[in-house]
Design a binder for this molecule. Structure first.
Ligand SMILES: Cc1ncc(COP(=O)(O)O)c(C=O)c1O
Length: 386
């Protein structure tokens, strides 16, 4: 049973008794003015800081001239945002469907793949997470997220992550889509091997299936590349983005090729998808990410962290995994007390499953905050979660 919520909010989301009212860089401030360092509290949507001044200014300017316009009309700010986004991607990509969240980006990907291939089967990975609406939830692996809502959409099959042989044998002439995260975030921070991603590409090419990378969490400089797939240079047919793509303003993007779009039949639409505010925010966010070289920053700060975290005591820590500033510390015990102990010291981290402490800080985090956060983790681990 879910505990009744102490507030009016629906009780599906576990909440900490901490109220945040303001942000500055990686700093989050509560009602009393106490500063916490965000090591993951903004769930990857705050990569540019949860109150990026350039994003805020772009939204304010846009709101004064045009707050909302239906996607049936042309919009210069939408055109500029899409041009900017496509300019950062390989030339095979040429079309973008805009929505408002990660799960919608995934849903659009599933619909596009079904329609373009005339097939229904989707192959996803065990431990994968793709969202919580009915289609994306059908691709999500965790039993406790799925079971209360079954029956889900039929035709989804899950293969072990990083098992190329299992993947190759699951993908066949009935497969519309292979849907993978290059780094599984919610599922415990597991990095895909190049061999696995290449096998996925080859299996799709062999069978005429489409390959989608869900980069909702790994995209926009998080893993030390603008998009994680660029590390391996395995290019998918569909790229699914959300979280920090618009600097913290709700957005989802399903990026695909002109060729796939040409095979799409039917329609797909969202009232708020591609709205001027999100596009203005997205344009400002991408400008900021590129100009500030946030991918390189993520790579550098991630390397610093991995070197330090590798020295954590093996009797408490099973493994440290990740890429760039998406890191997972797998403990030998439950993570909840560790998160509470970090919070008491002024650092807000999150879990990825019961035993993994996940670090997903803003990419703009100051080196002294990152250093202090790592020191706090070392101390909390040394004290066994106290
Ligand atoms: C890889 C991945 N896909 C999809 C989603 C769903 O995104 P949203 O919560 O915006 O619907 C998430 C959210 O954490 C995610 O990490």
């Amino acid at each position: 049973m879910t505990e009744p919520s102490p507030s009016a909010e629906f009780a599906g989301t576990a909440q900490r008794p901490l109220s945040i009212v303001r942000a500055d860089g990686a700093g989050l401030f509560d009602e009393t003015g106490r500063r916490f360092v965000d090591l993951g509290a903004t769930h990857g949507a705050g990569s540019l800081g949860a109150a990026n001044p350039e994003v805020a200014a772009a939204i304010a300017t846009q709101a004064r001239s045009l707050l909302y316009l239906g996607s049936g009309y042309r919009s210069p700010v939408r055109a500029a945002f899409l041009e900017k986004l496509l300019g950062l991607l390989p030339p095979s990509f040429g079309r973008v469907f805009l929505s408002n969240s990660g799960t919608e980006a995934v849903e659009a990907g599933i619909k596009i793949a079904r329609s373009a291939t005339g097939r229904t089967k989707v192959v996803a990975a065990r431990r994968g997470f793709h969202g919580r609406t009915m289609g994306s939830l059908s691709a999500t692996w965790r039993k406790e997220l799925r079971e209360p809502f079954e029956p889900l959409v039929p035709g989804f099959e899950h293969v072990p992550f990083n098992d190329p042989t299992a993947l190759e044998s699951a993908v066949d002439d009935a497969t519309a889509l292979v849907l993978l995260e290059p780094v599984q975030g919610e599922g415990g921070v597991h990095v895909a091997t190049e061999e696995f991603l290449r096998a996925a590409r080859a299996a799709c090419d062999r069978t005429g299936s489409l390959l989608a990378f869900d980069e909702v969490q790994t995209g926009v400089a998080r893993t030390g590349r603008l998009f994680a797939f660029q590390r391996w240079n395995v290019v998918p047919d569909l790229l699914l983005l959300a979280k920090s793509l618009a600097g913290g303003v709700p957005i989802g993007a399903t990026v695909t090729t002109r060729e796939v779009e040409g095979r799409f039949r039917g329609s797909h639409h969202s009232t708020f998808g591609g709205n001027p505010l999100a596009c203005a925010a997205g344009l400002a966010a991408l400008d900021f990410v590129v100009r500030e070289r946030l991918a390189e920053r993520a790579e550098r700060l991630g390397d610093v962290a991995r070197r330090r975290l590798a020295r954590l005591p093996a009797e408490r820590v099973r493994e440290v995994r990740g890429l760039g500033l998406l890191l997972g510390i797998e403990l030998r015990e439950k993570v909840a007390p560790y998160l509470a102990a970090l919070e008491a010291r002024g650092f807000l981290a999150i879990a990825a499953g019961a035993t993994v402490l996940r670090l997903l800080p803003p990419l703009v985090i100051e080196e002294r905050d990152w250093d202090a956060g790592l020191s706090a983790i070392e101390e909390v681990v040394a004290h066994g979660g106290r």
